[in-house]
Design a protein around this ligand. Structure first.
Ligand code: ADP
Ligand code: MG
Ligand code: MG
Length: 510
């Protein structure tokens, strides 16, 4: 076999473009078009869809690294289920972040208010995604994965990533064997990806575990979304998968975050069931069993106090939240930094506190950590401040606030300048992380009908679903749920697919 991905000539590029754009439309590998591509005037009803940016070939990815990510996912699920139940630990984390972070402060207040009146729902669902990049000390040493971050809210692209794997499998059996630099049939090791079935399966499990409705209304699941979401089809794949199941039949509704208080209410009585009257089906009311949040992860969804009231309203209800406020806080970069703090003889790893499964998982998880430092007054924190303020040393680092959704980090040489713009008292709300620099890979990205060829950086995400009962402390469901490969040009710091820098990809294991 020639090198992979093979080089292609312009005619082959055109041919692949044609095939990919049609396959994408036919199989829902699409997004709503960006305003720069189709103006609101050109699509006043918002009916158009366009192929999501995607690589023409699956990127080569070390099999040992892929297997490593898959093999630690259930331990990660267990870890974050345990952290979510450790209110004291999370309270300490929030305190360390400090009240300069309004968003985390407000989020924590929601928890405190519900705690004061008592939670009525103790079951909690996590649809997690642990993100990694390949790390190799020297070109001859064995590669391993290092964790970029762990997502506990609105972990996206599980719908589109399963389709991307299918696209690349399709091309491997139809188009790659016909290239001049042909890739014979069966030559590629393309892992199957059950992300749609896995993530929908987690939601279905929570729907079942909610139990029988206690009001006279049937149960439903709500997908809590952002208004004007462009990545809607990613969510639709999960929605359709859930609705495929007949036993139980799962009614699913999409509710924009801004409309929570308008269309839902808490039932009278002590049970605090969440009742939803879908505006499109007046006269029908459902008891909400599961709230799956694809919004609410950042300040943008909370423009005013009523948005915080809406979050409180959901949190105090009997619906199973995916995620609860505690689980959302567990997903902060600050928690990741605390977990990654190396163990010393006087300070045993915090992981042992959370993992019942013992030393093997602890070692396997710790192997995925890279260096992350606080910017506080501790010894490590003061050292990190020095690095962050040094024009040379800072070039190997990224500075992260407690935010989600991309576009929030400060990279390399921009760090010292940025720190000068904020009061020193706010430094504690950031963490400083060593940059992971994966070995070079090249690929061709098809974006808005145009091909971009060059060096790329790949980020592997492994999905996990976990359902636990905080009252008994029992984990009721814990599964690894497929994967995502996201790829960006190697000149870009951030790889957000929706933000227009990254693209969808899949793994060709090597
Ligand atoms: P978010 O929660 O906003 O997605 P991330 O921590 O995932 O925040 O950072 C966004 C992007 O920045 C990542 O997808 C990755 O491309 C890049 N990035 C973040 N941390 C690192 C790191 N330690 N090394 C290399 N790239 C990183
Ligand atoms: Mg994130
Ligand atoms: Mg991320």
């Amino acid at each position: 076999m020639t090198t992979f991905p093979p080089s292609i000539n312009p005619a082959e590029g055109e041919r692949l473009t044609e095939v990919v754009k049609d396959w994408a439309a036919a199989n829902g590998l699409v997004v709503r078009p960006p305003p720069a591509v189709v103006s609101a005037e050109a699509d006043p009803q918002g009916i158009l869809a366009t192929p999501v940016p995607v690589t023409l070939f699956p990127s080569p990815f070390p099999k040992v690294c892929f297997d490593q990510g898959v093999s630690v996912q259930q331990a990660y699920n267990e870890l974050y289920a345990a952290i979510s139940q450790d209110e004291e630990f999370l309270a300490q984390t929030v305190k360390e972040i400090g009240d300069s972070d309004d968003f985390i402060t407000e989020l924590w207040k929601v928890h405190l208010r519900v705690k004061a009146e008592g939670y009525v729902q103790h079951k909690s669902l996590g649809l997690f995604r642990s993100d990694y990049m390949v790390h190799q000390d020297t070109p001859d040493s064995s590669p391993s994965i290092k964790q970029v971050e762990f997502n506990t809210i609105a972990s996206s692209f599980g719908g589109l990533s399963a389709q991307t794997c299918l696209l690349h499998r399709y091309l491997a059996s139809t188009e790659y064997p016909l290239l001049e630099n042909e890739i014979p049939l069966g030559k590629l090791d393309l892992p199957r990806n059950a992300s749609v079935a896995g993530l929908a399966g987690g939601i279905r499990q929570a729907f079942i575990e909610y139990g029988a409705p206690t009001t006279s209304h049937p149960k439903c699941v709500i997908f809590l979304v952002q208004g004007g979401e462009r990545n809607i089809f990613d969510q639709k794949h999960l929605e359709f998968e859930l609705q495929k199941s007949e036993q139980p039949q799962v009614p699913v509704f999409r509710l924009p975050y801004a409309e929570i208080l308008q269309h839902t209410r808490i039932a009278d009585g002590a049970g605090r069931e969440l009742l939803y009257t879908p505006p499109k089906y007046p006269g029908r009311t459902f008891e909400v069993a599961v709230i799956y949040m694809r919004s609410g992860y950042g300040p943008g969804d909370y423009p005013d106090q009523s948005a915080w009231e809406a979050r409180y309203h959901l949190e105090r209800s009997a619906a199973i939240k995916c995620p609860s406020v505690l689980t959302q806080v567990a997903g902060t970069k600050k928690v990741q930094q605390v977990l990654a703090t190396p163990e010393t003889p006087s300070n045993p790893s915090i992981l042992t506190k959370f993992l019942a499964t013992g030393a093997t998982s602890t070692t396997k998880l710790a192997a995925t950590f890279t260096n992350i430092y606080p910017l506080d007054g501790s010894e490590a924190g003061l050292k990190a401040r020095q690095i962050a303020q040094d024009p040379e040393l800072c070039k190997k680092y990224v500075l992260k606030p407690q935010r989600e959704g991309g576009g929030n980090n400060i990279y390399r040489s921009a760090i010292p300048e940025f720190l000068k713009t904020i009061p020193e008292a706010h430094y504690t709300s950031y963490i400083l992380m060593e940059l992971i620099t994966p070995p070079p890979v090249t690929n061709t990205i098809l974006r808005n009908g145009k091909l971009e060829h060059g060096g790329v950086i790949c980020e592997l995400g492994i999905y996990g679903t976990c359902l636990w009962d905080g009252q008994s402390g029992k984990v009721l469901h814990n599964e690894q749920a497929g994967y995502l490969l996201r790829t960006k040009g190697d000149k870009s710091e951030e790889g957000g697919v929706a933000a227009g820098f990254g693209c969808m990809d899949s793994c060709s294991l090597v």
